[in-house]
Design a protein around this ligand. Structure first.
Ligand code: NIG
Ligand code: FE
Length: 412
């Protein structure tokens, strides 16, 4: 059992060599009650425990002998509210078009808007729920879910409502994010400031008032929103007591320092980052969330420089970036495999990045990301003998059971 407990008890997201510490208990056992983890130790101790002996008949036992038990994955970056895959873009990529060329030719994010704008909430909910269930089948128990394919007030709120409705029907934990600033919709081309004002003065206040989002995200890059616009949107989020995160450095470098006063929970992608910003981040709890699925799917030769972040002491998380344009995968083990082979992270580091640091990226490390008493009963059981097999067997799913807030889901 990989508890992800840190022996030093050090607080804060995992950095540097702490990412390699998995808190392994051989022949471990975990007792969960009422959706919470109550005790963690060896099977031998559990079987000797007087309370467990007395109540054993009332407990549901899962025999994990010969398997690996880990904290459920925390997928801290996903875009599940879309209607159709983007298959024409897929073919164009294969023929050599870049992400920006496809967007300029009318593909990309903008081509997903019509489907979401025309969809009923219930139809979106069903699609999101399918993704959540599929995620759970691959070991994910907590998901951050962004809107961002509607880009009108109504369709962004509808997307967040669909996320909420799907969350109510799924036993895992869902963290909703408003990504009204995903791209400037075509109606506002040439007057992006008008759209930014709608995001700041309409979308954010309404989402906050109805408690539909915990975070506000911005795609800050060329072809999307400028640093100035991003600052305006962050300020509006702060005014409405929503935390912020951003897509940063995916296509080009943006100086991060001006945004640090908004205490972003996470900067995501981070393919292009300057050295000064790396030094800044090493001193903060803002997580660098790496999403190698996007680089893989776009056929890029380069990936975010995970080693540079880890060596500098920047906390890194891993996420799928599940979306129809750059990363159509719900699989955390796939993202982890890519992180090992393409970004040279160790199997231990990718497990920490996919669990406890994902929890930090969502500001939920008090409840998620490790197997420790008092935390939520979120577990994944893998039918492998060694945890390194989780990123090793790429493209296959070896997750057998997931426990989501104490609810057992078997995936045979
Ligand atoms: O994380 N970069 C912005 N957002 C997504 C892509 C969205 C899309 O292409 O549909 C990303 O890669
Ligand atoms: Fe994304």
């Amino acid at each position: 059992m990989l508890t992800l407990r840190l022996a030093s008890g050090k607080l804060g997201p995992r950095r540097g060599s702490d990412l390699n510490e998995l808190g392994i208990i051989e022949d471990g056992a975990v007792l969960c009650l009422g959706g919470k983890i109550v005790s963690v130790g060896t099977t031998k101790d559990a079987l000797r425990d007087p309370w467990i002996r007395k109540h054993r008949k009332q407990l549901t036992e899962i025999d994990c002998a010969g398997k690996v038990v880990i904290p459920g994955f925390v997928d801290s970056h996903t875009h599940p509210v879309f209607v159709s895959p983007r298959l024409v873009d897929f073919e164009k990529h294969i023929e050599g078009a870049s992400y920006e060329q496809i967007a300029d030719a009318g593909g990309g994010i903008r081509s997903s808007l019509e489907g979401v704008r025309n969809a009923k909430t219930a139809a979106l909910t069903e699609r999101i729920l399918i993704a959540f269930k599929d995620m759970a089948a691959h070991g994910t128990t907590t998901v951050e879910a962004k809107s961002g394919y509607g880009l009108t007030i109504e369709s962004e709120l509808k997307s967040l409502e669909a996320i909420r409705a799907a969350a109510h029907r799924w036993p895992g934990t869902v963290v909703p994010t408003l990504l009204g600033a995903h791209v400037v919709p075509i109606e506002f081309q040439g007057c992006s400031q008008k759209y930014v004002e709608i995001v700041c003065n309409e979308m954010i206040p309404r989402a906050a008032r109805r408690n539909l989002a915990q975070f506000v995200d911005v795609f800050c890059d060329k072809g999307a929103f400028t640093p100035e616009e991003t600052g305006q949107i962050f300020a509006a989020a702060m005014e409405h007591r929503l935390s912020v995160r951003a897509h940063m450095g995916q296509l080009s470098e943006t100086a991060l320092a001006p945004f640090l006063r908004y205490k972003p929970a996470s900067f995501d992608h981070m393919d292009h980052v300057n050295s000064e910003d790396v030094q800044h981040l090493a001193k903060l709890d803002t997580v660098a969330t790496l999403v190698p699925g996007a680089n893989y799917f776009l056929g890029l030769k380069t990936y975010s420089d995970a080693r540079r972040f880890i060596e500098a002491g920047v906390p890194v998380a891993l996420a799928t970036d599940y979306n129809p344009g750059t990363s159509p995968t719900i699989s955390m083990p796939m993202a982890m495999s890519l992180a090992c082979t393409q970004m040279k992270m160790s199997p231990a580091e990718v497990i920490a990045a996919a669990t406890i640091n994902g929890a930090w990226a969502l500001r939920m490390a008090d409840r998620k990301g490790s197997i420790e008493p008092g935390k939520d009963a979120d577990l994944a059981v893998f039918e492998v003998e060694d945890y390194r097999e989780i990123p090793y067997w790429f493209g296959a799913n070896h997750c057998q059971i997931t426990v989501l807030n104490g609810v057992i889901a078997a995936h045979d």
